[in-house]
Design a protein around this ligand. Structure first.
Ligand SMILES: [Zn+2]
Length: 207
């Protein structure tokens, strides 16, 4: 069940985040922030942490996943966020116990890490997740901008356990109106006022 799309997703994660296409980088202050992020993302040294350290953090993410199933709190997924060799936040899947479809382990851990660090980006952090991120979490990871992502189980492993996100990847390829949940554009002009205000706002916090 390992689709080519899932393989592409894996390939994206294996790529250093500093290879963000320049065309996607915002302009102006946001562009400068993006450039800074690319520089920061390139900073972590592959040899700065020995394999045993990586394994210790991943073992914790996996333990959170196992514990989560035993406690009946949600799906079999765990995640930790590491900065400067220390775990700053942990997360486990809470979809069913919190009635929150977005409470995947990565999202829970990213939210907690940002709360602890008091920032909206995870600059210089590493994310260890017990399973390859789904499309939603992959998006959240790119917005949070950690330096690196390590994952244990693959999308194929998750699919075999009943967590198949290949369908979402397929939907992303469809034009909006042809998606299973149809998307229709309305009221574009009045919506542009928010963008006008944002672009003119001198004291905005770009991200
Ligand atoms: Zn996810």
């Amino acid at each position: 069940m390992h689709s080519p799309r899932a393989a592409e997703q894996s390939a994206v994660l294996r790529r250093p985040l500093c290879l963000q296409p320049a065309s996607r980088a915002p302009r102006g202050a946001a562009g400068a922030a993006a450039l800074q992020w690319q520089m920061d993302a390139a900073l972590p040294d592959e040899n700065a942490m020995n394999p045993a350290e990586h394994n210790r953090f991943m073992a914790r993410a996996i333990a959170l996943a196992v514990e989560n199933v035993r406690k009946g709190l949600g799906g079999p997924f765990g995640c930790v966020v590491v900065k400067d060799g220390q775990i700053v936040a942990e997360g486990a899947n809470r979809v069913t116990s919190a009635n929150d479809p977005t409470a995947h382990a990565e999202i829970v851990a990213i939210r907690e890490a940002c709360r602890v660090l008091g920032h909206f980006q995870l600059t210089g952090c590493d994310l260890y997740t017990s399973c390859e991120p789904c499309p939603m979490c992959l998006g959240a990871i790119y917005w949070a901008r950690p330096a690196r992502v390590f994952y244990a189980g693959t999308a194929e492993d998750a699919a075999q356990a009943g967590f198949d996100d290949v369908d979402i990847l397929r939907e992303l390829q469809q034009p909006p109106v042809r998606r299973r949940i149809p998307m229709q554009q309305i009221m574009r002009e009045p919506a542009l006022e928010a963008f006008r205000l944002w672009q003119q706002k001198p004291d905005k916090v770009a991200y």
